[in-house]
Write a protein that binds this ligand. Structure first.
Ligand SMILES: [Fe+2]
Ligand SMILES: [Fe+2]
Length: 168
């Protein structure tokens, strides 16, 4: 995000900018999750990506509610951070042949995405409270909770993978 851009003058501007940033990020994630689901070998991982794709569509809609709360039009702003994470994920996935290793790479990339979202939502919730955007807190928290749950699922899938390898 262009954090130092001159048109961000107040906390309200900063909140709006951060909201546009995560709105863009969620849309990029929505665009890329189908490919990740396609590439996953483990049926559980595939199902996990498909479930989170459905949730991500809801995240976009909840963010539109937040735009409505602050009386601004829903629009995204290029987010270099999520672009970088997704670009790296694609690059790694393209260079992995072994299916087992590819699943590990997809898990790691997906966790990087979730952690990015978690940090963004944490900040937005704190700022929404600070600015008195009370009605924005609930939809933001709903998104955050689903990111947490997804991260937890990914961790348990990663652990299962390691245990499976150890038992082989
Ligand atoms: Fe999300
Ligand atoms: Fe997510």
């Amino acid at each position: 995000m262009g954090l130092f851009s001159k048109d961000i003058k107040s906390m309200e501007d900063l909140f709006q900018h951060q909201l546009e940033d995560i709105y863009y990020a969620e849309q990029q994630i929505e665009k890329n999750l189908p490919t990740m689901a396609e590439k996953a070998t483990s049926p559980e991982l595939k199902a996990g990506f498909e479930k989170h794709l459905r949730e991500t569509r809801t995240h976009v809609q909840r963010l539109e509610q937040v735009f409505a709360v602050i009386g601004k039009e829903a629009k995204g702003v290029d987010c270099e951070a999520i672009d970088g994470i997704i670009k790296e994920a694609k690059h790694v996935a393209k260079n992995v042949d072994d299916k087992e290793v590819l699943d590990a790479a997809l898990l790691a990339s997906a966790q990087a995405v979730e952690h990015y979202e978690i940090t963004r939502y944490g900040t937005l919730i704190a700022w929404a409270k600070e600015l008195g955007y009370t009605a924005a807190v609930k939809p933001l928290e709903a998104n955050l909770n689903e990111e947490y749950a997804t991260d937890k699922t990914l961790t348990s899938l990663a652990e299962k993978r390691v245990n499976r390898l150890a038992a082989a």
